[in-house]
Design a protein around this ligand. Structure first.
Ligand SMILES: Nc1nc2c(c(=O)[nH]1)N[C@H]1C(S)=C(S)[C@@H](COP(=O)(O)OP(=O)(O)OC[C@H]3O[C@@H](n4cnc5c(=O)[nH]c(N)nc54)[C@H](O)[C@@H]3O)O[C@H]1N2
Ligand SMILES: Nc1nc2c(c(=O)[nH]1)N[C@H]1C(S)=C(S)[C@@H](COP(=O)(O)OP(=O)(O)OC[C@H]3O[C@@H](n4cnc5c(=O)[nH]c(N)nc54)[C@H](O)[C@@H]3O)O[C@H]1N2
Ligand SMILES: [Mo]
Length: 733
């Protein structure tokens, strides 16, 4: 071990990569090969490390870190493993891949690497290249977080994807008269750690805040002047009713509508009910949402007249049965009131730096020749749109049914990296069955997650503090080097290294063998050809750097007046209230105008007789999804509980802290109850990400929300974790 006391303490900078999206700067104090302290960055206007970031040291040195390759010795899911060498692990993996390829073809291999962190080298690109060189594989399509929003952004604005989670930037909040936090809880659910600070400044300045959420969240408590509780899944109806009031009272921004949009007249006819005889008025929306009609009308007037106003629609209400309709309705409300801010957008996606530092890879042979998916929007490119892909939320169904169920193939092997798929996607018990049916399950992990427990081989991967990487530009022109702070613990290896080692076992000799440190240097040198950046050493020391795209030689500013409106990549070149692209899809469940469609498992579903409570599954402050759930420092901060309104609790004889069973046909969870008035009656909230921990009867004692959610997607492809009916009972005894 050596004597750490004698060693000098150094500070190495990195960026927290913990799948919350915060990307906060970290000052890591090291002595020799040991992290002794983690501090936030001490400069102004930098994302501030939260409790999870501070606790990362405990994560690195957690006693349950996986440090050696493991092979399964008991039944799948029994949790029995024995330690093996890397040689044996890689030989086994390569052998299985070669066998499955020979027996079933490359499409039988499914792979998923989850997103969000600032990886460049140790991420999807590394696996994608390897698997393409191996002859192809089945890749997923769809963002788990915001596929509904992405669908809407494509149809409405012609965007490839959203440019921020809310389509807004903190700069917009300062100087706004009104901020509507719609299903948005940034105090708890991180969306950039500078956001709450910016909101606090706006609050000081006098901005009015309104929160529309089934829960009285910490963000509502801190900022809101008004809380409007809403029934989950009814958002599109309320937004349409707001549009009704605005149109009836002629509060819309007619000039903006005429210069920037198409389809307003058909939309107007739809909300006024001229075609179907059903006015989408506040009374109509009250019956669906439980929000009093007068409150909806007031909200509409405030949004249309107290300008500038920002409608921050978060993505949680879009992770629901017809999630894309909520996002479409919100987008339309924003544009018809003229609250859509052009300046914000022009400095956003259109100036995005195009440099893509992912590796160059051969095309995925499995996707070649496959036509586009039926519900694909053209902006995302042939690969993401390929019908050879499987929606990211539908692996369980695809594995269980395969071709016979209408999927493009039968799936025999699954490789999971950067994801706790079993825990995090819909319907855990069904996923368990699906995983049991696989011929080979490979998991690269740091911890024995519920997904890893099912694996045949587990490859131990190091944390981001044990490797080098680069933060790629995300539209802000921000770059940062993620410095390696210590050597990988135990026998863990970086993801890039694992791919390199496996390539050789697969007989692939041109994968590349450069170390991550060398690759970072090479990428920075390449970037410097296009972007004004500090030199490599300064970048290593500085953390975040702002890089300006250099103008190509000889380029001049175009003469003449600025164009009236930015050109959108929609068929009309304008913001599409009526979507021509959707018209081409021709699916009545994806209407051309934003519409409210009654979700399945709503309170009107006959199933509500048996399971009368709507379950929502928000993100949790002390976790990033399932990550950090095992750390004592963080467990101290909050207890996993199900929130239930006092009225619903009393009706069931449930007192605060009682152990309750939450159940439906898909499974059962037992956890204690938090009886509170901070949630609307009829709705219960179980924070997502707690570790699935089934007892002998298969009842989850860990509080994993996805035991109760359904393995299904919205017509646009959204994960639907906020659409589920449940019943709750007190556990006797
Ligand atoms: N601490 C922490 N921060 C995180 C994450 C984390 O796991 N932990 N995860 C990160 C990631 S990857 C993502 S995608 C984002 C997710 O960001 P969001 O999707 O915004 O997060 P949620 O916490 O699920 O939901 C936000 C709010 O929506 C409300 N809500 C739920 N259903 C409905 C509905 O039908 N209508 C309305 N109006 N409101 C509803 C919830 O009560 C909650 O208060 O967060 C990121 N930040
Ligand atoms: N019910 C419900 N479910 C949800 C949500 C919800 O709101 N409600 N939210 C959804 C959302 S928005 C998201 S984004 C997903 C997130 O779903 P996932 O991405 O599956 O969730 P994580 O828990 O972050 O899992 C990441 C795993 O990768 C491991 N890991 C960390 N670093 C590395 C690395 O460098 N290499 C490898 N190989 N592994 C690493 C971690 O130990 C962890 O187990 O969850 C979704 N699930
Ligand atoms: Mo997410």
């Amino acid at each position: 071990m050596g004597n750490d006391q004698d060693l000098e303490e150094k500070i190495v900078r990195s960026i927290c990569s913990s799948h919350c999206g915060g990307t906060c700067e970290m000052k890591v104090h090291v002595k020799g090969n040991r992290i002794v302290r983690i501090e936030p960055d001490d400069r102004e206007f930098r994302p501030r490390l939260c409790a999870r970031g501070h606790a990362y040291r405990q994560r690195v040195y957690a006693p349950d870190r996986l440090l050696y390759p493991l092979k399964r010795t008991g039944e799948r899911g029994s949790g029995q493993f024995s330690r093996i060498s890397w040689e044996e692990a890689l030989e086994t993996v390569a052998g299985e891949m070669i066998r499955i390829k020979a027996d079933y073809g490359n499409a039988a291999i499914l792979h998923f690497c989850s997103m969000c962190d600032p990886h460049t080298l140790h991420h999807v690109g590394a696996f994608h290249k390897l698997l393409c060189q191996f002859g192809g594989y089945t890749a997923p399509w769809g963002f788990i977080s915001h596929e509904g929003a992405t669908f809407s952004a494509g149809a409405t604005y012609g965007l490839r994807r959203k440019f921020t989670q809310t389509e807004h930037r903190p700069e917009e909040y300062l100087g706004s008269r009104l901020i509507i936090m719609w299903g948005w809880n940034p105090v708890t659910t991180e969306q950039g750690t500078l956001v709450p600070l910016t909101l606090a400044r706006a609050k000081e300045w006098g901005t009015r805040f309104i929160c529309v959420d089934p829960r009285y969240t910490d963000s509502a408590a801190l900022f809101a002047d008004q809380w409007i509780p809403i029934r989950p899944g009814s958002d599109a109806a309320v937004l349409l009713a707001m549009a009704y009031v605005i149109i009836k009272e002629n509060l819309q921004d007619q000039e903006f509508i005429e210069t920037h949009t198409i389809g307003f007249d058909s939309f107007k006819a739809y909300v006024l009910g001229l075609e179907d005889g059903k006015a989408k008025n506040p009374e109509w929306a009250e019956a669906i949402s439980t929000i009093p009609a007068a409150t909806i009308a007031e909200l509409a007037r405030a949004y249309a007249t107290q300008k500038p106003a920002v409608l921050v629609t978060s993505i949680a209400p879009g992770r629901a049965a017809y999630g894309e309709q909520y996002h479409r309705a919100a987008a339309v409300l924003e544009v018809i009131t003229g609250n859509w801010q052009e300046k914000n957008w022009l400095s956003g996606p259109s100036k995005r730096l195009t440099f893509n530092p992912q590796f160059s890879s051969p095309p995925n042979a499995v996707e070649m020749g496959a036509p586009p998916r039926r519900n694909a929007l053209p902006y995302r490119g042939p690969s993401v749109n390929s019908s050879a892909r499987v929606n990211v939320s539908m692996f369980a169904d695809a594995i269980l049914k395969g071709k016979a169920g209408g999927y493009p193939n039968d799936y025999k092997m699954l490789w999971l990296s950067n994801t706790n798929y079993l825990n995090q996607l819909g319907e855990v018990n069904k996923t368990v069955e699906a995983f049991k049916k696989l011929e080979f399950l490979l998991v690269t992990e740091q911890f024995m997650t519920a997904s890893a427990r099912m694996a045949d081989i587990i490859l131990p991967v190091c944390t981001f503090l044990e490797r080098n990487d680069l933060l790629a530009p995300k539209g802000y022109g921000i770059y940062a080097i993620l410095n390696q702070v210590i050597e990988p613990l135990g026998e863990s290896r970086s993801q890039l290294r694992i791919c390199q080692d496996l390539a050789l076992k697969l007989g692939i000799n041109d994968y590349g063998a450069q170390s991550d440190g060398e690759l970072v240097e090479e990428l920075v040198a390449k970037l410097a050809e296009e972007v004004d950046l500090p030199d490599l050493d300064s970048m290593r020391q500085e953390g975040f750097c702002f890089g300006k795209l250099r103008k190509p030689k000889g380029a001049t500013q175009p003469e003449g007046p600025k164009p009236q409106a930015p050109a959108f990549r929609t068929p009309s070149g304008k913001i599409e209230i009526y979507s021509e692209i959707i018209a081409r899809i021709g699916d009545p469940l994806i209407p051309t105008l934003p519409a409210y469609i009654e979700p399945w498992e709503s309170p009107n579903d006959p199933l509500a007789g048996q399971y009368p409570l709507q379950l929502i599954t928000p993100h949790f402050k002390r976790r990033a999804h399932s990550q950090f759930d095992n750390l004592p420092w963080l467990r101290e901060l909050q207890t996993q509980m199900v929130s239930i309104n006092t009225i619903d609790a009393e009706a069931r004889g449930i007192r605060p802290g009682d152990l309750v069973r939450i159940f439906n046909d898909r499974g059962e969870v037992q956890i204690s109850a938090k009886v509170t008035e901070r949630i609307i009656p009829g709705v219960v909230a179980l924070p997502q990400g707690a570790w699935y921990d089934p007892d002998k009867q298969g009842i989850d004692q860990g509080g994993c929300a996805n035991v109760l959610t359904k393995n299904a997607i919205s017509p646009g492809g959204a994960f639907i974790c906020n659409t589920a009916l449940v019943q709750i009972e007190r556990v006797e005894g």
